[in-house]
Design a protein. Structure first.
Length: 691
């Protein structure tokens, strides 16, 4: 049979040859390091037979697919260790994740129902002991009846529930040593390469993400083929702990959460609001220069709006429940908006106002009644702005921009500071354009996103073309021809912008493909931030049109664009990327004036007034503390510039400048205030790319 390598080289192999055979035909060194294979974009076990004509790459530890297979196998090794240590443990799921793996387990029927960090060394030791046995991961197809019998005999209700959604012919077991698990794979060949193991943490996790189901214990771990790699990883984790945006948010007084408000709903404190507004102002100015028009839309909308867009029910699992108004016998909403005679006109909207006796909305339900929904996205509202008046081909493109707050009902176990919340503000914009304008507008959106990333010093990123999954057509709306056109437009635009891209199936939005910017922070972690999307479907669903030069009605194309993604997530990632050391243009407090004694308080106020009048965010520390204490406190607050003023500075009209984080070079001497102001303005302009 014939196999094609990623570089286009073709290899002839015997029928039934495996990925290992292919690796050995290339080099024995590659075969020794091989962990899995990529077959036509699917990661598979190294020892599975290869299909004739496939494109195959060998995956080692240096590849994401190789690491994922390694960590998935380590999750099975952890489950085997847990069964040995805690007889009666019942297993949920155990996937590989970014930087490790976890396994969800139910320990309630064991003699050790509650785990703590004191148990980690025993789990690690048992995993290493089992790994040294060099047990092979053996894949086996089983019938549903056999699988059910196995887990009934074992008394594992969670696996039995997983089997309910599987059909005969789609069920596989993996066995290593005495442990067998329900699993699709892939796995590495044996346990032997797993040399270094660390159990990291515990968390509660509701079974299948449902808060009404049992809460399991989620055990997080990580593993490596060498102890040195584990040591380096733990060093990075310790650094990440110091840079955790939740920790920095508390220390720098940027944001908070309140149980009374609700989980996943961040509250921006004054300094955080200044940071947020600086980001918004930066992007607003860029958008105005690029022809965007600002708009504002409501936080809710009628259910029919979202039924038409497809967000309801496509996003049903992550939406807040819809709200329904009480219905009268005549089938119309009732409440306190009636006139003096008590009559309610048909179709009256009662939820948005009314008298003191107005009935409260009823929450819940999934039928086809009219109601309201907290908006999960801004785009349906923007379609209505486009549609509110006739459009000509001369009017296009129409660029609408909004910093719009949207709401998603994320599971409580998935919430995490600012990076996973239930209410967040998107730097959302939608471009309605002619088909011949798509590529140009897409390239302009890419350029805007690159401007944002450069301004925030995100230099290491990958442009990911997120495509539909051909095997799951029901997940998407629209015609295949429209999807093909949109995907090709993205490829061409990215190529012409000189972007290095990767293509990933199954990551598209339900209405169209997109270009996602996958950014690596200073700790090497990858985050999805900016996105640009092509959408032929919402204009079709909302019957959006314009008249062309022949007076024919033509469908526009819609681009979705968000360089930040969301302000909350972007700020969280930015804080961890910078360790809270923000550039001068963005810092919540850019300058802090520090009088040496109370006698200089008046001059310090004059300095602050001068810089504040020039647009700087300035604070003055007039506490009766020694200036050394004031400097240390400003350093802890990560204020970029400290201006120390004493008697000499007050008499000369100067300031003594200190810069945050420069160590021995932080003291930059005395400078005239006017010259310093101009230098700061130049520094900000350079930081924003506007010098």
């Amino acid at each position: 049979m014939q196999i094609t390598l990623p570089d286009g080289t073709e290899k002839e192999l015997p029928d039934g040859a495996t990925g290992r055979d292919l690796a050995e035909s290339i080099s024995m060194g590659l075969a020794r390091n091989a962990l899995a294979v990529d077959v036509n974009g699917e990661v598979r076990d190294l020892d599975r037979p290869l299909p004739d004509g496939a494109t195959v790459s060998i995956l080692t530890w240096e590849s994401e697919g190789g690491q994922a297979a390694f960590w998935h196998s380590s999750a099975h090794l952890m489950a085997e260790a847990l069964e040995a240590l805690y007889p009666g443990v019942r297993l949920g799921i155990g996937p590989a994740i970014d930087n490790g793996f976890y396994y969800d387990v139910d320990l309630s029927e064991t003699d050790h129902p509650v785990l703590s960090s004191d148990d980690f060394p025993a789990i690690e030791a048992k995993m290493k002991e089992l790994a040294r046995q060099d047990s092979r991961f053996e894949r086996r197809d089983v019938s549903k009846a056999e699988a059910v019998a196995h887990f009934e005999d074992k008394g594992d209700p969670y696996k039995l529930e997983l089997l309910e959604g599987l059909d005969d012919g789609a069920i596989t077991f993996y066995t290593q040593g005495a442990f067998t698990d329900l699993c699709r794979g892939p796995h590495i060949a044996s346990t032997k390469p797993i040399k270094a193991v660390k159990v990291l943490s515990l968390a509660g996790a509701y079974w299948r993400g449902d808060e009404s189901r049992p809460q399991l214990t989620r055990i997080y771990g990580v593993s490596f083929p060498k102890q040195k790699l584990l040591d380096e990883h733990l060093e990075r984790l310790e650094l990440a702990k110091q840079r955790d945006h939740r920790k920095l948010g508390r220390e720098l007084e940027l944001f908070m959460f309140s149980d009374k408000v609700g989980p996943g709903l961040p509250i921006w404190l004054p300094k955080g609001a200044r940071l947020r507004e600086a980001l918004v102002d930066f992007l607003k100015e860029e958008q105005v220069r690029r022809g965007y028009e600002p708009v504002v839309t409501p936080h809710i909308g009628r259910l029919d709006l979202f039924r038409t867009s497809g967000h309801y029910p496509y996003y049903a699992d992550s939406q807040f429940p819809p709200m329904f108004a009480p219905q009268s016998a005549a089938g119309v909403e009732t409440g306190g908006a009636a006139g003096a005679g008590g009559a309610v006109s048909e179709g009256a909207e009662i939820l948005n106002g009314g008298g003191a006796d107005e009935a409260a909305p009823v929450v819940g339900g999934a039928d086809d009644r009219d109601g309201y929904l907290l908006k999960p996205m801004n785009c349906p509202h923007h379609t209505q702005i486009y549609a509110h008046k006739p459009r000509s081909y001369r009017d296009l493109p129409v660029r609408l921009a909004e910093f719009g707050t949207v709401y998603r009902y994320e599971q409580s176990g998935e919430l995490g500071g600012l990076t996973r919340v239930r209410g967040f503000t998107q730097d959302d914009a939608h471009v309605f354009c002619r088909p011949d304008q798509v590529k140009g507008e897409f390239k302009a959106a890419i350029d805007l996103t690159l401007t944002v990333l450069r301004a925030l010093d995100f230099q290491d990123f990958t442009a990911q073309i997120s495509l539909r999954d051909p095997a799951d057509a029901a997940k998407y709306i629209g015609e295949a021809a429209q999807w093909d056109a949109a995907e090709q437009a993205i490829r061409e635009a990215a190529s012409e912008m000189g972007l290095d891209t990767v293509e990933v199936e199954g990551e598209a939005a339900f209405y169209g493909p997109k270009l996602d910017f996958m950014v690596r922070d200073a700790l090497g972690r990858q985050w999805q931030l900016g996105t640009v999307q092509v959408d032929y479907n919402l204009p079709e669903r909302f019957d959006l049109v314009y008249t062309d030069e022949h007076d024919d009605r033509v469908r526009p194309v819609m681009l979705h664009r968000a360089p930040f993604g969301s302000l909350e997530r972007f700020v969280g990632v930015l804080l961890e990327h910078t360790g809270g050391n923000l550039p001068l243009w963005l810092a919540p407090t850019q300058v802090k004036v520090l009088p040496i004694t109370d006698d200089q308080n008046e001059y310090a106020g004059q300095v602050a007034k001068t810089l504040g009048g020039a647009g700087f965010r300035v604070e003055t520390d007039t506490r009766s503390e020694k200036v050394g204490r004031k400097i240390r406190d400003a350093e802890v607050e990560k204020v970029p510039v400290m201006l120390v003023v004493g008697r000499k500075e007050a008499e000369a009209g100067t300031v003594s400048v200190r810069r945050h984080g420069l160590g021995d070079d932080s003291d930059q001497g005395s400078q005239p205030l006017d010259a310093l102001r101009d230098a700061f303005l130049d520094e900000i302009a350079r930081g924003l790319g506007r010098a």
